[in-house]
Design a binder for this molecule. Structure first.
Ligand code: HAM
Length: 388
């Protein structure tokens, strides 16, 4: 619906890709990566996320030449060595999108609009969108100074990991899971935004209001990956307990350049599919089923099977999802299978029909049946399907 094309990246990448993009001092890189050395002595890592691989592939394949902006989506397994619990797995799946080549706040609005449409399509209602701006490297200088000052006053209270991060990456102290209370009272990124970042953030929020997208501002939202700049956002589901973040994302304007490409702005989000399934179930919703079959073609006898395969081909060429029975079984069993596949129509071709060059078209929703001349079959079936 939003015009994003699929991108498939390898399951493992060079370890350096993630240390450079996600950040040396992040939990993902420090504790959660599945890293191994291959027979050639290279350090490789099972991908913990999809943004850095997408940007790497974009740069390596010179996709910039296809014009900007470009929109990608991916669905696939990700790997993080975390303590497993409900909604937190070591191999999980993400649906993610990346929009490369727009610095405009309208791109941020489109990404949140996409996230919301996706959740709405699943029928979810018990969720909240949280947004924040963490500024650009310019405004971050002053912000980091303020943080350093604040945390030096609390140095004795923070955990050992944070004492290390105090020296190496002060921003990461904000997403420490142990020192939550101290982080909560820390200086807020939004109070240190430069004029450009402030304008961007205000325009983004105005657009969300214009689009009737409800959101809450969360000044403590900084996200656990280093590549983010300006807009960050997260969606939390009310019924999921500890692992309530079903989706998260934001802008990462410096990443393309950092990975050796052109200096391009970019942004995106990723949703955890297993968490989405838990959310759908917690709201008592059905997991939406992709239609497996519009038309089930049921032949009786060898000759009819050849005709059935021919008709199935014609239907598929018109975009109709068609399953043709190839098991030579009694018609009753064939129709049972058609029902199991939720077919809208079944087509029956027996010896009688073969000799008359007709077919029986059974509307499985209205339970009506008519004999149709074979030459009009495809249009007749298309007509029924259009009315659904
Ligand atoms: P992330 O917040 O690390 O962002 O992950 C996105 C989503 O993946 C989370 O909101 C959560 O639903 C799911 N997830 C993360 N870890 C696990 C786990 N161990 N088990 C189950 N689900 C999990 C990213 O990965 C960024 N690459 C998102 C992004 C795309 N930012 C810009 N573009």
């Amino acid at each position: 619906m939003f015009g994003y094309g699929e991108i498939r990246t390898p399951i493992f990448e060079s370890t350096e890709l993630f240390t450079r993009s996600v950040g040396e001092e992040t939990d993902i890189v420090q504790k959660e990566m599945y890293t191994f050395v291959d027979k050639g002595g290279r350090s490789l890592t099972l991908r913990p996320e999809g943004t850095a691989p997408t940007i790497r592939a974009f740069i390596e394949n010179s996709m910039i030449n296809d014009g900007l902006p470009q929109r990608f989506y991916y669905i696939g397994p990700m790997f993080r060595y975390e303590r497993p619990q409900a909604g937190r797995l070591r191999q999980f799946h993400q649906f993610g999108v990346e929009l490369i080549g727009s610095a405009e706040p309208s791109a941020d609005a489109e990404i949140v609009q996409f996230a919301k449409s996706f959740l709405d399509l699943l029928g979810l209602t018990s969720y909240k969108i949280f947004v924040n701006s963490i500024g650009c490297p310019n405004c971050r200088v002053e912000y980091k100074n303020a943080l350093r000052q604040y945390y030096s006053q609390h140095y004795d209270e923070i955990c050992e990991d944070c004492k290390k991060r105090f020296q190496t990456n002060i921003l990461r102290l904000l997403d420490c899971k142990k020192d939550l209370e101290i982080a909560k009272r820390a200086p807020k990124t939004v109070d240190y935004l430069c004029d450009e970042c402030r304008k961007h953030y205000e325009r983004f929020k105005d657009l969300l209001v214009h689009l009737n997208i409800p959101f809450d501002e969360d000044a403590s939202l900084v996200r656990g990956l280093d590549y983010y700049t300006r807009t960050v956002f997260e969606v939390k589901h009310d019924l999921l307990g500890a692992q309530s973040a079903v989706l998260g994302g934001g802008r990462y304007d410096g990443l393309c350049k950092e990975l050796g490409g052109t200096d391009l702005p970019a942004l995106g989000f990723a949703a955890g599919i297993e968490r989405l399934i838990l959310a759908v179930k917690s709201e008592g919703l059905q997991i939406p089923q992709v239609p497996k079959c519009d038309v089930y073609v049921a032949p009786i006898g060898e000759q009819a099977t050849a005709k059935a395969l021919e008709l199935a081909d014609l239907l598929r060429k018109r975009g109709i999802i068609t399953v043709c029975d190839i098991n030579a079984r009694p018609i009753k069993m064939q129709l049972k299978h058609a029902n199991r596949l939720n077919a809208v129509i079944s087509v029956i071709i027996g010896e009688d029909e073969l000799s008359k060059e007709t077919i029986q078209v059974k509307d499985l929703v209205n339970q009506t049946q008519s004999e149709v001349e074979l030459k009009y079959a495809v249009d007749y079936i298309l007509d029924i399907l259009k009315k659904r």
